[in-house]
Design a protein around this ligand. Structure first.
Ligand code: C5P
Length: 403
């Protein structure tokens, strides 16, 4: 997930827990997302991960003691606190959580936490009994009340040999959570319906007509909308992508175009924005066979009938909702986009030419042209689908004035 933390000043706080080894990967990912990262480690953290590893990966000196050597060492943490856009403490031990919840500042990290105004993400990591201890529960509740972002720990095997809650989530999950926290909630109070993935139309119990849509673009749109504060319903065709972790996304898994239609119509009245990124099958076999078709005849004729055009139906039903379609074409993109905009009564279309390696069905990046109702268009550069999804919602908010 790229974009939102690019160029930002991020402080990574590392405490002395066994999961501190994962902080190197968290740091690497933050850098990969374009953040300028500074590390504050506790003394105990350096028993688990080397100072030079953190220093080399962050390309900045790391801060441990309040009284390190150097001309401005004793005030460096205050300067870093003022310059920070975001703080992530991962792993956060019970000790750090207890100190921060009670306003104790006895090393560089705890002092910085009290001295900054920016959002603070805490990723607890500890033994299950410590996590469930009444004191830790109380401290975490207090931090939540104070407006800190507490990431729920994972469950599973822990280094101490037990199993339960307290695992530090995977570095990529910590980055996703951090990106979510940091995204301005410009769609707060809005409800968004997103469709994604292919539809599969059964021929017999083991065969279908489908297409290679991966669902990545639509899932990225659902997550971007959720990160912007919207409540999202994601109607997802058969896809390998797991349900997104965001609590504000409810996923409805469907197989066929008819099932997608039913789910979409069920929710349409409740939403202000619809983004239809799904690659809906245009035709379905008239009567799928009850049993597997045997290879007896030299030729087999399948009779297909047209699926309903869901977006066209929404265009007829729409009141003051915003309808955004996708158009994947192999030629004449501009003309097809303009036709679809009119026929389906859309406000915006994201169109692309399929077949390019960097864009389209299963790639992580996409190159599209945005077409608007007023006849104008723009072609943003090739970018990550998640970043493109944010641009799409930014345009919806700015140009289409979602109400
Ligand atoms: O297939 P087509 O190029 O017309 O798709 C354009 C848009 O219409 C897409 O946003 C797609 O999700 C939607 N669509 C639909 N129902 C169909 C076919 C397409 O909602 N049966």
């Amino acid at each position: 997930m790229y974009g939102i933390i690019r160029g930002k000043s991020v402080i990574l706080g590392v405490c002395g827990g066994i999961a501190a080894y994962k902080s190197a990967e968290i740091l690497r990912l933050l850098k990969k997302h374009g953040a300028n990262v500074r590390v504050l480690a506790t003394r105990n953290a350096l028993h688990f991960i080397g100072r030079h590893t953190l220093q080399a990966l962050s390309e900045n000196p790391i801060l441990v003691d309040l009284f390190d050597e150097g001309p401005d060492a004793s005030i460096k943490h205050i300067r870093w606190a003022q310059e920070a856009d975001l703080v992530v403490v991962a792993p956060a031990t019970a000790n750090l959580i207890g100190k921060f919840a009670n306003g104790i500042a006895d090393d560089a990290l705890t002092t910085l936490l009290l001295a900054t105004d920016c959002p603070i993400v805490i990723a607890p990591s500890m033994n299950t009994k410590m996590y469930e201890n009444a004191a830790t529960r109380r401290n975490l509740e207090q931090l939540e009340k104070d407006g800190r972002w507490i990431m729920p720990p994972g469950s599973g095997a822990l280094a101490c040999g037990t199993s339960g809650a307290g695992r530090l989530p995977e570095p990529a999950e910590i980055i996703d959570y951090t990106v979510d926290v940091f995204t301005p909630k410009t769609l707060a109070g809005k409800r968004v319906l997103v469709t994604a993935g292919p539809t599969l139309e059964p021929i017999d119990p083991v065969r279908f007509i489908g297409n290679p849509s991966s669902g990545k673009m639509g899932v990225a749109a659902a997550r971007a909308a959720a990160h912007r504060g919207a409540d999202v319903t994601l109607v997802l065709g058969p896809s390998n992508i797991p349900d997104p972790p965001e609590k504000s996304i409810s996923v409805i898994r469907i197989k066929t175009a008819l099932e997608m239609r039913a789910a979409v119509l069920d929710h349409f009245d409740d939403v202000q924005i619809v983004v239809k990124a799904a690659a809906v099958g245009d035709y379905r076999p008239v009567s799928p066979r009850e049993h597997k078709i045997k290879k007896i005849d030299d030729q087999l004729t399948l009779v297909l009938e047209k699926n309903p055009d869901i977006l066209m139906e929404l265009g007829k039903l729409k009141k003051d909702q915003i309808l955004v379609g996708f158009a994947a074409e192999t030629q004449f993109l501009e003309q097809h986009a303009a036709d679809k905009m009119n026929q389906k009564n859309l406000d915006m279309i994201a169109g692309n030419i399929v077949g390019l390696p960097s864009s389209g069905f299963s790639s992580d990046t996409n190159q599209v042209t945005f077409f608007y109702r007023d006849g104008t268009s723009e072609t943003p550069p090739l970018m990550e689908k998640y970043e493109l999804a944010h641009l799409l919602f930014e345009r919806i908010e700015r140009r289409l004035h979602v109400t």
